[in-house]
Every structure is written in structure tokens, then in C-alpha cells.
Design a protein around this ligand. Structure first.
Ligand code: SAM
Ligand code: SF4
Ligand code: SF4
Length: 374
């Protein structure tokens, strides 16, 4: 790609000062809510902006090429910094932490971070729901160490079983068999509640829906079909490549009768369906066609310590500055409180009414998913 046409990637500069937000102190009670009365329950932590895959919908090769500038190591939060922030978020009500990236298993000694996070307890003394999303490429090697460190469960991304399709979607010629071996290793290591995420792109891998469902049905692994989203500004997203979840369910119903399941907890991203024959369940994540912003309880901590209040946000609130200026826990906790209390984000719900960005055709400039994590 011509350098002058290269889309703006990251970092987007945050002009808001976190210290300015800390006007009065907010003591954590575990009951923090935002402007739309949504609690803070789920923290996604991106531990690296690097990845060994080049999925076209996330880190297209033409943009994330050999000249792409990744964050220097000293910009990344250290494990101690991540754990300290996680503890403060947990005191405000977070119950679930998901490690993501980029590819989280590329972060050196990630199991050390997992061991630190596994020791945290919620305000009512419960262990966290600690999980990780990975492309599975290093899982066969790392599953046991992750489990031993205290990881409860894992989500593996896999966009098809057909080797040609999968190799082309990850765009680094990575074989399906190694990801499947990673899933087997996760099971063997004792990780439970394993999920597989498949992004469905119309015209690319929709013919993999039924083979994927057949493969995982009855195995205890729960498959989830994700609508291809307009995250970031580099993937050339087009609505006609989105396959609505309703259509995915229709296709599955032609092969196996399904029954809709009730949500277990508010803020769940997936709508779950059970196979009527007892073969387990599948889920759909309809971020584009059925917005679930009304009970979105997720915050995202970027690799360099900025808090993003929405997957589609274009600016983050810098917490690393506070950490490295020597702020005490009470000040950082207050800053987190103010940031969440001021939150009004509901991008997916408003998507259709937002003004379109002339360069992308989608509303506003946004941060890349590989930077803040999925
Ligand atoms: N590298 C890890 C992986 O792929 O699982 C973790 C990070 S990745 C950004 C997290 C999740 O976001 C993956 O399941 C991926 O498929 C999904 N994702 C990335 N870009 C997407 C897009 N444009 N639309 C929908 N899902 C996307
Ligand atoms: Fe990497 Fe995951 Fe993005 Fe694919 S979806 S490029 S594996 S970060
Ligand atoms: Fe949450 Fe933003 Fe997604 Fe809505 S668009 S569900 S607010 S992350």
C-alpha cells in the first residue's frame, strides 16, 4: 500500500487528563455504575499489540506490515502494573477478567501474570472468572502452564475447518490442525468451559458454519459465531460481508433443531441455543444486527494502560501516567470511578444514526481491536 494512503492505525492521542477527572474521591464499593446505570463487571486486558496472524478483518497484512511500529516494551504495562490496576477495578465491581491482545500467548511469561491475577478476590471474597482469548497457535505448548497458573477457561478463535480457507483467513498459512491440537491440549490440561469463536464473513467462510458445528457438537466445546464487525479503521469493513446471526441460526436449524436458552447473567454477549437432541449448545454474537449496549458492563485496558469504555471508542483514558507518576491507590481508584461514572457509550445501538467517516464509510475514527483486544 502507498504510504500516503496508509490508514491511521494507533495510537490515537488522548487529550483528556485523567487527573482532571479525579475531582473528588470515590471509594470503591463494588457498586459503581455509569450514566446509563450499567455496572462495571468485566475487564478485558490487552497484554500485547503483536500477533503472529494477519486475519484480514483485524490486522490486514497491507497495514500491519514489516514497517508497522509496535509499541516499545517500556510502553507496555508491566505485570505488576496490570495486577495493581486489576485489583482496583475488582474493588469497583469487576468479576471477570479476560486477557487478550494481539495474541496474548506471545507475551513472555504470561503465566506469571495469570498467577498474580488468580490471587485477586471480588468485593464479596469470590475468585475471579479468569479467562483468555487466543488464536490457539501456541496453546498446545502453553495450556498446562496456563492451567497450573490458575487460568479457569479459554476461548480459541477458529474461522473454519477447511485448511485452505483457514490458512487464507489467518493470512500466514497457519494450519487448522495445530489449532485443533491446542484445543485438545487445553482439554487435557483440565481447562473447562472451552469456547471457540468463529467470525463469519459472507463470501469467505460461511460454508464452514455447518462443518464447524458438526465438528464441535457433543464435544463439550461451545462454538460461537461472531458477526464481522466494523472495529478499527483498517479492515475495509462492508455491511454486505456481515452475515446476520439470524441467518446463521436458520442454517443450523436446517441441520439440527435448536432451542433458545435464557441468558445466565446480564451483559452476556452471546445468545445461546441448545441442540434439541442434547448435543450441547452454540452461541451467536450479534454485535452488528442486534446491539447489546443497554447492559454492556465491559471496560478495556489497552496494552499501554489506557481505559477504553467501548470497543468502538476513539480515545482512551490514560492510567499508566498515574501509575508512573506515583499516584496512590485511592487516587487511581477515584480516577477509575470518575471515568466509569461518566460513561455514556453505546456505539452499536447508535451506529446507524452516526455520521460516516469519509475515508472508511463507517462512523467516526476508532481504535484497532488488536490494540484494545476483543
Ligand atoms: N489474537 C486473539 C484471538 O484471535 O483470539 C485475541 C485477540 S482477537 C482481537 C479477539 C477476538 O476478536 C477474536 O475472536 C477475533 O476473531 C475477534 N475479532 C477480531 N476482529 C474482528 C472483527 N472485525 N469482527 C468480529 N470479530 C473480530
Ligand atoms: Fe491476531 Fe487475533 Fe487479530 Fe487474528 S483476530 S490478527 S489472531 S489479534
Ligand atoms: Fe459495549 Fe460499545 Fe459494544 Fe455497545 S458497542 S456493546 S457499548 S463495547
Amino acid at each position: 500500500m502507498n504510504a500516503s494512503k496508509r490508514p491511521v492505525v494507533i495510537p490515537l492521542i488522548d487529550h483528556r487528563s485523567t487527573t482532571r477527572l479525579a475531582r473528588h474521591s470515590i471509594t470503591p464499593t463494588g457498586l459503581l455504575t455509569d450514566q446509563l446505570a450499567r455496572p462495571l463487571r468485566d475487564l478485558r486486558i490487552s497484554v500485547t499489540d503483536r500477533c503472529n496472524f494477519r486475519c484480514s478483518y483485524c490486522m490486514p497484512k497491507e497495514v500491519f506490515d514489516k514497517d508497522h511500529q509496535y509499541l516499545p516494551h517500556n510502553s507496555l504495562l508491566s505485570f505488576e502494573e496490570i495486577t495493581r490496576l486489576a485489583r482496583l477495578f475488582v474493588a469497583h465491581g469487576v468479576r471477570k477478567i479476560r486477557l487478550t491482545g494481539g495474541e496474548p500467548l506471545l507475551r513472555k511469561n504470561i503465566e506469571v501474570l495469570i498467577a498474580q491475577l488468580a490471587k485477586l478476590r471480588t468485593a464479596d471474597g469470590q475468585p475471579l472468572d479468569l479467562t483468555l482469548t487466543t488464536n490457539g497457535s501456541l496453546l498446545a505448548r502453553k495450556a498446562q502452564a496456563l492451567k497450573d497458573a490458575g487460568l479457569n477457561r479459554v476461548t480459541v478463535s477458529l474461522d473454519g475447518l477447511d485448511d485452505v480457507v483457514f490458512r487464507s483467513m489467518n493470512d500466514v498459512d497457519f494450519p487448522v490442525a495445530e489449532v485443533l491440537a491446542g484445543i485438545d491440549a487445553a482439554k487435557a490440561a483440565g481447562l473447562t468451559d472451552i469456547k471457540v469463536n468463529m467470525v463469519v464473513k459472507r463470501g469467505t467462510n460461511e460454508h464452514e458454519i455447518i462443518p464447524m458445528a458438526r465438528h464441535f457438537k457433543g464435544t463439550g466445546v461451545s462454538l460461537r459465531f461472531i458477526e464481522y464487525m466494523d472495529v478499527g479503521a483498517t479492515n475495509g469493513w462492508r455491511m454486505d460481508e456481515v452475515m446476520p446471526s439470524a441467518e446463521v441460526i436458520q442454517r443450523l436449524q436446517t441441520a439440527w433443531p435448536l432451542r433458545a436458552l435464557e441468558a445466565v447473567s446480564p451483559g452476556e454477549t452471546a445468545q445461546r441455543w441448545a441442540y434439541q437432541d442434547g448435543g450441547g449448545e452454540v452461541g451467536v454474537i450479534s454485535s452488528v444486527t442486534q446491539a447489546f449496549c443497554h447492559d454492556c458492563n465491559r471496560a478495556r485496558l489497552s496494552t499501554e494502560g489506557k481505559i477504553y469504555l467501548c470497543l468502538f471508542a476513539h480515545t482512551g483514558h490514560d492510567l499508566r501516567g498515574l501509575l508512573r507518576e506515583g499516584a496512590d491507590d485511592a487516587s487511581i481508584s477515584s480516577a477509575i470511578g470518575h471515568i466509569w461514572q461518566g460513561r455514556t457509550d453505546q456505539y452499536s445501538q447508535l451506529r446507524a444514526s452516526l455520521p460516516a467517516d469519509a475515508s472508511t464509510g463507517t462512523p467516526t475514527r476508532r481504535v484497532e481491536m488488536s490494540y484494545i483486544g476483543g
